[in-house]
Design a protein around this ligand. Structure first.
Ligand SMILES: *Cc1c(COP(=O)(O)O)cnc(C)c1O
Length: 396
């Protein structure tokens, strides 16, 4: 690796971004008008290599697009601004970001505390991949900081939190678990995919690393797969950038452009997702065929107060259990018409799925197994009355 590869290309944002509000940063951070043409949107630099003005004479730090690409730089600066961090890094998928993070922070023999409710692919990465390389893990209910503390070992290097969690919408007090991590000399990683930085900013609450599947709310239109890491510590940022380049699972220029375009409307989308999900949760709570509703916006939710403290609104994800067990839950999924039956989440369109057989099949038989009668909704931004009508007929 040359010095140039470790060097971050010149920033394209002004120095005053700290003074700007989220909605403004979402549209402008990292995205000055193109210096050559004035294009108001960062061009898709669909290119692998860059002409050098003499050996080592790089223009703006660009040398090879695995190391850095201007469209990706725009996204990475935007991500750092939105999370209030110093360094953002964009990857080919959320799991690629997680893999890079694990291999940067951990060596064989190290230990990680993982949550008892998490994205199935994250659990699979620890249990089926990292474990083979000698990384140890144990499970804690991260909504209880004392339970996290009880899992600490001498070689605990990372505490991993998802809040709200997938699919049970559990809430972890980020500031409280950050205290546990700090006292143990471990790093706190927060998967902020469900909330997005508009609703929740973990770095300001003491987290060391924010993880995103930008496939979800950041992209927001179910048309791209991507991932991201954001950190405050510039040294950790450099280490991650080294590994990102050394391992190579970077976001491509077009994918970076799609995520940037999605982010411009993140704030308005999250407001509407949250408003629609609140109405959906209220309908489900009152429904005789629904035995339990998981939505942190409900006053009866175990994490409601912590969520109200650390989130701007409660997001667009709602899960519920159906009377009659697994088959009844599967039937609700099959009968939905406007809610599209499919995996993933966070797009403008509403989705419905059965976690036990779909997104979370990899947790079967583990401490992270999900209830068989569970249905998960990603509530979109359609007219809410249409969504309520569809759920009523699917449950009838
Ligand atoms: C989807 C998801 C991931 C994984 O991201 P990919 O982009 O699918 O690789 C990680 N965490 C959460 C919470 C997710 O929903």
């Amino acid at each position: 690796m040359t010095d140039q590869q470790n060097q971050q290309p010149a920033p394209r944002h002004g120095d005053d971004r700290g003074a700007r509000s989220f909605e403004t940063l979402a549209i402008h951070a990292g995205q000055e008008a193109d210096p050559l043409t004035g294009a108001v949107v960062p061009p898709i630099y669909q290119v692998s290599t860059y002409k050098q003005d003499g050996v080592g004479g790089l223009r703006g730090g660009y040398e090879y697009s695995r190391s850095a690409n201007p469209t990706r730089t725009a996204l990475e600066e935007n991500l750092a601004a939105l999370e209030g961090g110093r360094r953002g890094l964009a990857f080919a998928s959320g799991l690629a970001a997680e893999d890079c993070l694990l291999r940067t922070l951990l060596v064989p023999g190290d230990h990680v505390v993982i949550p008892d409710d998490a994205y199935g692919g994250t659990f699979r990465l620890f249990s089926k991949v990292a474990e083979r390389w000698g990384v140890e893990w144990s499970v804690a209910d991260t909504s209880d900081p004392a339970a996290v503390r009880a899992e600490l070992r001498p070689r605990t290097k990372v505490i991993w939190v998802e809040t709200p969690s997938n699919p049970l919408l559990g809430i972890t007090d980020i500031a409280a678990v950050a205290d546990v991590a700090r006292s143990a000399g471990a790093r706190l990683v927060v998967d902020n995919t469900f909330a997005s930085p508009y609703l929740q900013q973990p770095l300001a609450l003491g987290a060391d690393v924010v993880v995103h599947s930008t496939t979800k709310y950041m992209g927001g239109h179910s048309d791209v797969v991507g991932g991201a890491l954001v950190v405050s510590d510039p040294d950790l940022g450099d280490e991650l950038a080294f590994h990102q380049n050394a391992m190579g699972a970077v976001a491509g220029p077009f994918d970076s452009w799609l995520v940037l375009r999605g982010i411009k409307t993140l704030a308005v989308r999250m407001d509407r997702h949250s408003a629609n999900a609140t109405r959906v949760a209220e309908l489900l709570v009152a429904h005789p065929k629904v035995t339990e509703v998981y939505y942190p916006g409900l006053p009866g939710h175990a994490g409601h107060e912590v969520a109200a403290k650390q989130m701007r609104a409660f997001g667009g994800m709602v899960s519920f259990r159906v009377a009659g067990g697994e088959q009844a839950a599967v039937d609700v999924c099959d009968r939905a018409r406007l809610f599209t039956l499919g995996e993933s989440l966070g797009g403008v369109e509403s989705l419905i799925e059965h976690p036990g057989r779909m997104t979370h099949a990899s947790t079967a038989g583990s401490a992270l197994e999900v209830p068989a009668d569970l249905v998960r909704l990603s509530v979109g931004i359609e007219a809410v009355d249409d969504l309520l009508a569809d759920l009523s007929q699917a449950l009838a």
